[in-house]
Design a protein around this ligand. Structure first.
Ligand SMILES: [Zn+2]
Length: 207
């Protein structure tokens, strides 16, 4: 079985969403956005025009973009850049893949600006935050930490199958391990899990 990797940075993975940060778009699905850490205040307009010029045929989503309390870029500017990307997603009708570090309630406050599905990638926080995100209609994408983090495993158990994705992000491991772990946590077969993820992809694709 071939398992979909919702967010990754590896050009050799074709079955997933590659995060394009520079260079030219690949001939498989990718996302494009301005990561908070990459915001260059002196070249912002160029960054946005690069982004727009690279939104070609296989562009599946906008992102990763979002808010990060640990990067040095001013929070107000991060919010402006995030909001502009939400507006672009609304315009081109694509889902948004969100990077968020310690800014979940600020990200939630932007939910109503978006007419498109929003997916928090690499979710690895507390149960209460997961519940609040789900209550505000976010999807959660889980990564490697599910393999060993017991409280995150508990969150996975409580996340509806129609609201989750699985990803490798920057980590070097086989996505199949993660699918196996999640199928075990959810008490369903790998085939069923795979079906759910593919359905979810279809759902977010159509707004
Ligand atoms: Zn990433």
């Amino acid at each position: 079985m071939d398992f979909f990797d919702f967010h990754h940075h590896k050009k050799y993975i074709r079955n997933g969403i590659y995060n394009l940060a520079k260079g030219i778009p690949p001939d498989f699905p990718y996302s494009i956005g301005i990561h908070p850490n990459d915001i260059d205040v002196n070249n912002l307009e160029q960054q946005f025009s690069w982004m727009r010029s690279m939104m070609l045929q296989n562009c599946f989503a906008i992102g990763e973009c979002g808010l990060d309390s640990l990067v040095s870029v001013d929070q107000k500017i991060q919010e402006e850049v995030f909001l502009r990307q939400i507006m672009i997603a609304n315009e081109v009708k694509k889902p948004i893949i969100i990077h968020c570090v310690r800014k979940f309630y600020e990200v939630i406050s932007f939910r109503k600006k978006s007419g498109q599905p929003m997916i928090i990638h690499g979710f690895n926080k507390k149960k209460q935050i997961a519940e609040d995100l789900l209550a505000h209609n976010f999807y959660l994408s889980f990564g490697k930490a599910v393999l060993y983090n017991l409280s995150l495993q508990d969150i996975v158990r409580n996340t509806p199958l129609d609201r989750m994705f699985l990803e490798t992000d920057n980590e070097a491991f086989n996505i199949e391990e993660l699918y196996s772990k999640v199928s075990e946590l959810k008490g369903i077969s790998l085939e069923k899990l795979n079906e759910h993820i593919l359905e979810n992809l279809d759902t977010i694709k159509n707004g």
